[in-house]
Design a protein around this ligand. Structure first.
Ligand code: DGJ
Length: 720
């Protein structure tokens, strides 16, 4: 709930387990407290004093103390003596860059506002705090929404010039100045085929940041950051988590200040950002989803998952798919696909997805992006015979698209070379032999809307995989005025949202999966349009354990697309038993990426049975809670448990990578059970109380073979 103490000018945002408090100090909006729930009445006693810094700039400070340099703030502006990271910087018509934003008023909205061009979590009651420049040239509104049962809140900001045009040069929509308790900073880093690796490091002096300037949220850093107390573990300790709801150039930073505070702030990457705002034109920043958990990293993730699932995620049951990419790459025709699809019969697969290579003259990645007409030389009679073949075999049909791209070798490029993103003077940079379409131009966006609308309207398509296979370069649009070029990257992302919104709204029953060369654009914002995201181009189950574990810090596992690949794996040449490949993938949006039709009969039988089982697991994954039992970044084991919310049924995965002679016995301590209820775990022949299973654990005799795993069911049993 949101409680406002008008007399003290204090605002309390309260969840079931947390308090977030703000007040007004010498006219500025002060961050007062965020953490475990406290009594409101004590707020003014407990505030930590902020001593004078070099610039004692706060007027009317009775005690003579007070400086913006030391004040814990809710938002920060450049140029008035706060020398920590500035959230906002704007330049006015006169070239002046200083705005003094002070508390003006507040408003309580019953509904959180929604913006058609910027994804945000849906929300109810929302506090809006209005700050006004002392010379009334600029207004800044800060929005706060509480998700009580999730332990989360969201924030975003809206800035409006009131006295002429300004150029906005920094737009970080949130800032929190926490007391420095010696935190570790946790982020997710990576690269293509190796996304979402966990980094945990002590915050030293200075600023630590993660960012992207690639036009996508990127494989390199995910728009996520957490601060964890030194001793915080998976199951205990204070953790603060931040996830940006944004898919473009982002910036997130944690900075230790000179007076015992840590500033965490984030939003749009200031690099190459300059937004022209005419008088009364508002600019809305991307929002951040924030959570506090006293139950360690596991608690943080469950809070995030609940908020994402309930308030932004596009609903959809992930079908079990057989995707053609790693099965055939570009090398297919109708005959080969027919053989492949016939071979899916009886395997309990839901959907066949035809990946890249079905259009134009696309036999390699050199050509045809932009020409979204079926290659009838490869697919005789078009898509219809393939769709019918799927139907004959009781399957639905899905298709791969990459709307944002254009190949130089394409009809579209011959017609509209100017539609590609390029600078006026240089040859455009290719990556994977392709260029990016300038989505900021209306005619380009209109072309994409009508082209893909027609494709989806004219065929019986139930699944779309939306790919995006290169980062942006040049960052220039011939369609924008000189003064607007610094808006390009942000406008591009907003155009992606517009296209995704248009197509997902037009076809609400189609399941959309996102992808950007694997996990290059896996962020909360994309989950508004895509029910899951292809998490990595690595299908090696060993690598996937770490990748999926990393993603699970922020994203529900059901949003993490994960397919069983061939053995040895294409990416690493590692051979892993089929059962382990299945077990690892089943804890995500499940499917296959290999020639199932040519597998030995006993493997096909195994897969047919496994898929029935995976469908049961899928229903618990759909609404259950995730508990991580073993961390692959710290050991050779990976463990997940997903329990339904009633704590009556769940599934666990235990995976071991390389073994050493004598690994012998491993105690798996279950999580998420009711300590007082009895549970049976048939795979281990155990029936015991939750308290026993969670504290003493289950004895698992590991084998001496590499890459073994066990997927076990947990069922509430009758108490004796
Ligand atoms: C990259 C994706 O991550 C792959 O799964 C596949 O769809 C290829 N693109 C196709 O070009």
């Amino acid at each position: 709930m949101i409680y406002i103490d008008e007399r003290k000018k204090a605002f309390f945002l309260e969840g079931e387990n947390f308090t977030y408090a703000i007040d007004v100090s010498d006219g500025y909006l002060r961050h007062a407290y965020w953490g475990k729930k406290i009594e409101r009445d004590d707020i003014d006693q407990l505030l930590f004093d902020h001593p004078a810094g070099y610039v004692v700039a706060i007027e009317a400070s009775a005690s003579g103390r007070g400086s913006l340099e030391t004040l814990p703030q809710e938002i920060s502006f450049f140029g008035l003596g706060d020398y920590r990271t500035s959230c906002f910087k704007a330049t006015g018509e006169d070239g002046g860059k200083v705005f003094d934003l002070k508390y003006d008023s507040f408003e309580l909205l019953t509904e959180k506002p929604s913006y058609s061009d910027l994804p945000m979590l849906k929300g109810g009651e929302t506090l809006v705090v209005r700050l006004l420049d002392a010379a009334k040239r600029l207004e800044l509104k800060l929005y706060y929404t509480v998700y009580e049962e999730c332990g989360c809140l969201t924030r975003h900001a809206e800035i409006t010039p009131l006295g002429g045009t300004v150029f906005l040069e920094r737009a970080l929509g949130f800032c929190v100045d926490l007391p420095d308790c010696g935190y570790d900073c946790i982020t997710l880093y990576g690269k293509h085929s190796c996304e979402a690796q966990i980094d945990r490091q002590a915050l030293g002096h200075g600023e630590f940041s993660v960012s992207s300037c690639m036009g996508i949220s990127s494989h390199v850093h995910n728009p996520f950051m957490a601060l964890a107390e030194k001793h915080a573990t998976e199951n205990a300790g204070d953790v603060y988590g931040f996830g940006l709801v944004y898919s473009g150039n982002f910036f997130l930073s944690a900075q230790t200040g000179e007076f015992g505070t840590i500033r965490v702030c984030g939003g749009i990457n200031p690099l190459d950002f300059r937004y022209r705002l005419r008088e009364k034109e508002s600019f809305v920043t991307p929002e951040v989803l924030m959570t506090y958990s006293e139950c360690g990293l596991g608690g943080m993730s469950r809070n995030f998952h609940r908020a994402i699932e309930r308030y932004i995620l596009k609903r959809g049951v992930p079908p079990i798919v057989a995707n053609s990419w790693e099965a055939t790459f570009f090398d297919f025709d109708t005959k080969k696909l027919f053989g492949f699809i016939d071979g899916l019969k009886g395997l309990n697969i839901d959907t066949f997805v035809l990946d890249d290579g079905w259009f134009g003259r696309r036999d390699s990645d050199r050509t045809s992006l932009g020409d979204w007409k079926v290659n009838t030389k490869k697919l005789i009679g078009g898509l219809e015979p393939v769709i019918n073949k799927c139907k004959e075999n009781g399957l639905k049909f899905g298709i791969w698209i990459e709307p944002e791209m254009i190949s130089e070798e394409s009809e579209l490029y011959t017609l509209h070379p100017d539609w590609a993103v390029k600078s006026k003077f240089l040859k455009p940079r290719t990556s994977r032999n392709q260029l990016v379409l300038d989505l900021t131009r209306k005619e380009v966006l209109d072309y994409l809307k009508s082209t893909f609308y027609a494709l989806l309207k004219n065929h019986d398509i139930s699944y779309v995989k939306w790919d995006m296979n290169r980062p942006l370069t040049e960052f220039y649009s011939a369609g924008l005025e000189k003064e607007n070029q610094g808006e390009f990257a942000h406008r591009y992302v907003k155009a992606v949202y517009e296209l995704a919104d248009y197509l997902t709204r037009s076809f609400p029953d189609i399941y959309f999966e996102g992808c950007a060369g694997g996990g290059g654009r896996f962020d909360i914002a994309m989950l508004k349009y895509f029910s899951s995201v292809w998490a990595s181009d690595s299908c090696d189950a060993e690598e996937r354990c770490r990748i999926q574990y990393g993603y699970s810090y922020l994203y529900p596992l059901k949003t993490v697309s994960s397919h069983v690949g061939a053995s040895p794996a294409h990416q690493t040449s590692r051979s892993i038993p089929l059962e382990s490949r299945c077990n690892v993938s089943a804890f995500g949006a499940f499917g296959y990426e290999l020639r199932l039709d040519v597998l030995p009969q006993e493997e096909r039988e195994f897969i047919a049975d496994y898929n029935l089982f995976a469908k049961q697991l899928r229903s618990v994954l759909a609404e259950g809670e995730l508990f991580r039992t073993e961390n692959p970044f710290e050991s050779k084991f990976t463990g997940f448990i997903v329990m339904n919310r009633q704590k009556t049924k769940g599934y666990g995965l235990f995976y071991q990578s390389k073994t050493s002679y004598g690994d012998g016995i491993k105690m798996i301590r279950l999580r998420g059970l009711d300590p007082k209820k009895k549970y049976s775990v048939p795979k281990f022949g155990v029936c015991a109380y939750g308290s026993t299973l969670m504290n003493m654990g289950i004895q698992h005799k590991t084998t001496n073979t590499d890459y073994q795993s066990v997927l076990y069911e947990i069922n509430e049993a009758e108490n004796d």
